[in-house]
Design a protein around this ligand. Structure first.
Ligand code: ADP
Length: 841
């Protein structure tokens, strides 16, 4: 007996457990008592045989239990104890949780003439202490002792390997007695194997390949899951990656690998990690399961139990970090492991039953790891045949399948979600498609309706325009007589009227004029509303347009003793706006006329131009009676006149037209009025960007007096004018007009064709033509005349009751020298005629 033996007899203070022991204990706690040793001892030796590469020590040894843990080698080899050894006859000696120490005894017989080198291997890494006694060659009869066990720092191991290894050399033809003392407070399981050295090397290589495969697959799945985590940002992938980490930790700890590679200096950490690792493993497993099955919503009872387990494991980890005694917490951890495994299986089954398809792989995963652990446990407890594939692979592959199936479960879950999403999308798409088709049909129907409605509207519009044109023609024709003849009577110098006749005729003439204005206004408003009112926007100087309008109303202003004052401050500015020249003039005249009309006489009307943010504003202010608030709301309505204007001429349509015209020119009109103080009407028009189109204001035709007409007539040679007209009163009117011109002979034709023939025959100096002739139109007449060499040079003037803007535009475009509307103003007609005759002359 040597000293080291004696010193090693002190009791162990710290005991340890491993992850695999915990799993194995799952089975054992309830069922296994320490294995009953066989009562007959029939030899405990291993006879080496070159054909056998390894021997399970359990089958070739006898043992003795030392509950006091105090027996020495000397004592157990002494007679009383020697007799008490009993044969074990199981592959892996296992005695469950026990405080006892155990002595194993065998004899290795080398029948060969050469020495044999053997390796003694113990694969459970948590055994506290292993002592190997072999004869000490230097001390005959004495034994040398070697130590292993997890209390020993890794670096102090005889062979630096994750399992406990001893090298044993058996001399040629030698019988080598071997004693092994085991002590561990955790479940004692000691699967000792004696290897031929070469066979062990081969075995170690195989095991390394197995580890390589195992950890390689884990790392690949973890990287793949990390990629998914980064892409999908779902917490479950984080749990899964952590779970893989925990599997790696538990497996490497239970195989002694983490001690070897991660904390070789620290037996304490190695021991602690055996408890902490298994708790962490359960915590992450629970978090994963909760998240995977949404247990809070779908399985609330199981979720509650999961939460309790989480709490217990957190406490276990906390205690393990500060305590040195791991036995109690390890036992609690084992109990939790039962519950954990049970809950995982149960949750999987319930989820599957409730129709959660993804729970299939989930259930498979947990089943495989539990079956894997069972296989290892059953091997360790000699229920299954002892084989390293069963011992390791059951455990490793169980976990591997666990991870692989969980990974499939996750993919399946994504697949299920995607299928659900696709289905939802598909049905949404179908709904969308069908509503789109419905919509398309409706749109097609509506479009058809709209097209036909538009056609109808266009036809109605055309009919309306035609009607307006006809109305204009029909209303103007009788006016020709009234205005023309009254004017003739008033201006006849040869047969002047008596003062009373003069006065009465003037009333006829004024009433006719009033009627004409009324007709013009009504037609204007109707044309604007029909939408066929053409607006020709150009760059126009509002300053010039205003000046021109002031000139035109000046006479009536003076008559009423109204002074018109321009208060525009910026004198150099032209105030360019985009507007229609004629319509703008009409608008300004209208406002000025109203201001003059409603001013108190004598009085003053002020006008002012100013630049605004987006355009130009014109304000027309009078000091008239003003407009009450109630009346202000209606002044733009057609035919609105207020009783307080009694005695002032008007029909209540001017402002209606003004506002419509301003709107057509993209501007607006506002009015500001205080009763008793006066009114300010303001129009604002958009500024013109392009000022190059600025035209000079058209000057009004200078009024030609009958006297000047006569003068012109006296000095002139004889001219021919052909008037193509079917309306007798128009013919008579012009006959009277030209009767005063001795230099002009007027010829008549009452149809277009007749007129053309006459023009070809007599080549008049001027042709006047109506547009609505009984056979062809005035336009046709013009075209015919222009096409014929003899008549192409003759200027043609249209005189028509067709007075819509369209008619005027068409007339201008086609090539009439002038397009005069009925009732013709004698002055304008004469001016045109004089100008043409002068040019000719
Ligand atoms: P009319 O002047 O022919 O009656 P308008 O359409 O021009 O028609 O004007 C409509 C009504 O608005 C007028 O009848 C009058 O009551 C009121 N009004 C227009 N301008 C003025 C003004 N400068 N001062 C007071 N009242 C006005």
């Amino acid at each position: 007996m040597n000293n080291s033996d004696r010193t090693d007899r002190r009791p162990f203070r710290n005991r340890s457990l491993s992850a695999s022991s915990l799993l194995v204990a799952l089975l054992l706690l309830m069922t296994l008592a320490p294995a009953a040793p066989a009562s007959v001892y029939d030899g405990s030796s291993i006879v080496l045989d070159n054909a056998t590469s390894s021997y399970q020590l359990g089958m070739h040894m006898d043992y003795i239990e030392d509950p006091s843990r105090k027996l020495s080698l000397n004592e157990i080899t002494s007679a009383p104890y020697r007799e008490r050894f009993s044969l074990h006859r199981k592959n892996a000696p296992s005695f469950g949780f026990t405080e006892s120490a155990f002595w194993y005894r065998t004899e290795i017989v080398n029948p060969y003439p050469t020495a044999q080198t053997l390796i003694l291997e113990e694969t459970i890494p948590y055994i506290d202490s292993i002592r190997l006694y072999t004869p000490d060659r230097s001390k005959p009869g004495g034994y040398a002792v070697r130590h292993a066990g997890d209390k020993l720092p890794f670096k102090d191991r005889e062979i630096l390997h994750h399992n406990f290894l001893f090298k044993i050399t058996v001399g040629a033809n030698q019988r080598l007695p071997v004693f092994i003392r085991i002590e561990s407070r955790a479940a004692v399981m000691t699967p000792f194997t004696i290897w031929q050295e070469a066979a062990f090397d081969q075995h170690a290589r195989n095991i390394n390949i197995l580890y390589g495969l195992f950890f390689g697959i884990l790392i690949s799945i973890a990287i793949y899951s990390l990629f998914l985590l980064l892409n999908m940002r779902e917490t479950i992938y984080l749990y899964f990656i952590l779970f893989i980490g925990c599997v790696a930790l538990v497996v490497s700890t239970s195989h002694g690998l983490s001690y070897m590679y991660l904390w070789p200096e620290s037996p304490r950490i190695a021991e602690m990690m055996q408890v902490v690792g298994i708790s962490l493993f359960q915590i992450i497993g629970i978090l994963f399961a909760r998240s995977f099955l949404h247990t809070r919503e779908t399985l609330p009872h199981i979720n509650r139990l999961f939460n309790i387990l989480l709490l217990v494991h957190t406490l276990i980890i906390g205690t393990a970090l500060v305590s040195d005694d791991f036995i109690l917490i390890a036992k609690i951890s084992i109990l939790c492991l039962y519950l954990y495994s049970f809950l995982l299986l149960l949750s999987g089954i319930l989820a599957l039953r409730s129709g959660n398809r993804a729970a299939r792989f989930y259930l498979l995963a947990w089943t495989s790891s539990i079956i894997g652990a069972l296989i290892t446990a059953l091997t360790l407890f000699n229920i299954l045949p002892y084989h390293f594939v069963l011992l390791n692979a059951g455990y490793l592959f169980g976990f591997l399948l666990d991870v692989i199936f969980l990974s499939l479960a996750l993919s399946d879950k994504i697949l299920v979600l995607r299928q659900e999403r696709d289905q939802a999308q598909q049905s949404a798409h179908e709904t969308l498609q069908s509503s789109k088709e419905r919509l398309e049909v409706e749109v097609a129907e509506r479009t058809k309706d709209l097209v036909s409605a538009r056609k109808e509207a266009e036809l109605a519009n055309q009919a309306k325009t035609q009607f307006l044109s006809n109305m204009s023609h029909e209303l103007r024709s009788p006016l020709i007589g009234i205005l023309g003849f009254s004017e003739l009577l008033l201006t006849d110098e040869e047969h002047p009227l008596t003062p009373e006749q003069q006065e009465n005729t003037q009333v006829i003439h004024d009433s006719g004029n009033h009627l004409k204005e009324l007709i013009d206004d009504v037609l204007n408003i109707a044309i604007i509303e029909s939408g066929s009112f053409a607006i020709d926007l150009q760059s126009i100087s509002l300053r010039e347009a205003l000046a021109e309008a002031i000139t035109l109303v000046q006479a009536s202003a003076s008559k009423q003793k109204i002074e018109i004052i321009d208060r525009t401050t910026d004198e150099s500015e032209m105030f360019w706006v985009a507007a229609d020249r004629l319509r703008l003039r009409q608008v300004i005249i209208n406002l000025l006329s109203n201001a003059i009309k409603y001013s108190n006489s004598p009085g003053r009307v002020t006008v002012a131009l100013e630049q605004t943010e987006s355009g130009v504003r014109l304000c027309v202010r009078d000091r008239g009676p003003g407009i009450s608030k109630e009346n202000l709301a209606t002044i733009f309505e057609p035919f609105t006149r207020h009783t307080d204007n009694a005695g002032i001429e008007g029909v209540g349509i001017g402002l209606t037209i003004t506002r419509k015209l301003i709107k057509l020119m993209n501007g607006w009109i506002t009015v500001d009025s205080v009763l008793g103080e006066g009114s300010t009407f303001s129009i604002e028009l958009p500024a013109s960007l392009n000022q190059t189109g600025a035209a000079t204001a058209a000057k009004p035709h200078p009024a030609a007096s009958p006297r000047s007409m006569a003068l012109a007539a006296r000095n002139a040679k004889q001219h021919r004018i052909l008037y193509i007209e079917d309306n007798l009163s128009s013919q008579v009117f012009l006959e009277h007009v030209f009767k005063r011109r001795k230099d002009v002979t007027l010829h008549f034709s009452s149809t277009g064709l007749e007129g053309i023939a006459s023009a070809r025959e007599h080549t008049p100096d001027i042709v006047l033509t109506d547009i609505r002739l009984p056979d062809i139109t005035g336009f046709d007449v013009l075209r015919e005349l222009k096409e014929h060499k003899k008549t192409a040079h003759i200027p043609v003037i249209a005189i028509s009751a067709n007075a819509t803007p369209d008619d005027l535009e068409k007339g201008r475009d086609i090539g009439f020298v002038n397009y005069l509307t009925k009732p013709v103003e004698i002055n304008i007609l004469m001016d045109t005629v004089n100008r043409l005759l002068l040019q000719e002359g």
